[in-house]
Design a protein around this ligand. Structure first.
Ligand code: GLY
Length: 358
């Protein structure tokens, strides 16, 4: 299969194209009403951003590169402000276009810059990491961090289109690709066991970016995310299921000072909530065991340090406060049957944690 188009519905519908060698398609997507294009890209991707810039120039656009730091370092007000400066200096109008090119942080920043410039200009996302493709670039969450926390400033702002060019994953370090599979496995458990079947059947082929199986798995993940955000753009309900494994996962990321990859942290988080659901009599032992076997087959962590519990609980409680409610966990009644567990006792949480300690 060489290309698939997935539609996101809602107030501002858009398409997600999954395929290979999509450079020409990205250029064709830029509206002919635009004269200028700002490519917000990770500095590490300057060479490929330059290829995109030249293709846009050949198509008659005035294209400018905005190289931003890798990862969360780009999601700062100073970096957004520098992008606004570039837009101002180039007389960027409301019909001109921003392209977000890179991992989830780069597309979050590009979306934020586009959402705020002249109260909103079109943005096209070209994610280049697995995490960016199956999660961050879809659903219109844009934002920057403040010293008080991640993503505290931002908006929901739908892109014009998203292009997931699987060829860009060929240069991704293997451990980063595998960590991205934490999110992939999440979609398998919350919605589609076929994803788990494909990984279990042959993990090597499932994680080979050139394989048709990889293409199928990624397309299925994107379809699920597209379905969820189509019906709940602003996270009023259903969208919360995408946070499966994330409550403890975020606490682990914080405890590890963001030296753990997101997918690795939520891998542990998923085993934790699976145990929580089992202890609550919701989930069978075999589904919990399946969490361990599928995540373990990808080399993802499934246990965590016993001495960190108090710190993890405290940061989950803080996170709860910032969302103004009870501690909530997405848990499963079965594969494909996510539900919310509200305010489990600390004894119950501790018991679940005991099941996942090293
Ligand atoms: N990353 C979760 C969401 O987009 O809602």
């Amino acid at each position: 299969m060489s290309e698939q188009q997935i539609e996101v519905g809602g107030v501002d519908p858009y398409k997600i194209v999954v395929g290979r060698s999509l450079l020409d398609s990205v250029v064709k997507e830029v509206s002919t009403k635009s004269t200028k294009v700002l490519i917000v890209h990770q500095i590490a991707l300057t060479a490929s951003a330059e290829v995109l810039r030249e293709a846009l120039v050949s198509a008659g656009f005035e294209a400018i590169l905005a190289g931003v730091p890798d990862g969360e370092d780009s999601k700062r007000i100073e970096v957004a402000s520098w992008c606004w400066q570039l837009l101002g200096q180039s007389d960027f109008t409301r019909t001109d276009t921003v392209i977000g090119f890179g991992g989830g942080a780069a597309t979050d920043l590009a979306g934020f810059v586009a959402a705020t410039w002249l109260r909103g200009v079109p943005v096209i996302h070209v994610p280049t990491t697995l995490l960016g493709m199956v999660d961050a670039s879809i659903g219109g969450k844009t934002g920057i961090n403040t010293t008080e926390g991640k993503n505290l400033v931002g908006s929901f702002y739908a892109p014009q289109a998203v292009f997931c060019d699987l060829d860009t994953l060929k240069t991704l370090p293997r451990n980063e690709l595998l960590a991205g599979f934490g999110e992939v496995v999440k979609y398998g458990f919350i919605s589609e066991p076929r994803i788990l079947d494909l990984i279990e059947h042959d993990p090597a082929t499932a994680t080979d970016v050139d394989s048709d199986v990889f293409f199928e798995i990624i397309s299925r993940c994107i379809e699920i995310k597209a379905r969820v955000v189509s019906s709940d753009f602003k996270e009023a309900g259903l969208r919360e299921i995408l946070n499966y494994g994330h409550t403890l996962g975020h606490a682990i990321e914080l405890a590890e000072r963001f030296t753990w990859r997101h997918g690795a942290a939520i891998s542990v988080g998923m085993v934790f909530v699976a145990e929580l659901a089992r202890l609550n009599g919701r989930l069978s032992e075999s589904v919990v065991a399946r969490h361990r076997s599928v995540l373990g087959s990808l080399g993802l962590p499934i246990t965590y340090r016993a001495d960190k519990w108090d710190q993890l609980l405290a940061s989950m409680q803080r996170d709860k406060k910032s969302r103004g409610g009870n501690l909530r966990f997405v848990v499963l009644d079965d594969i494909g049957k996510p539900t919310i567990m509200t305010a489990p006792t600390s004894e119950m949480l501790f018991a679940a944690f005991q099941e996942i300690v090293d």
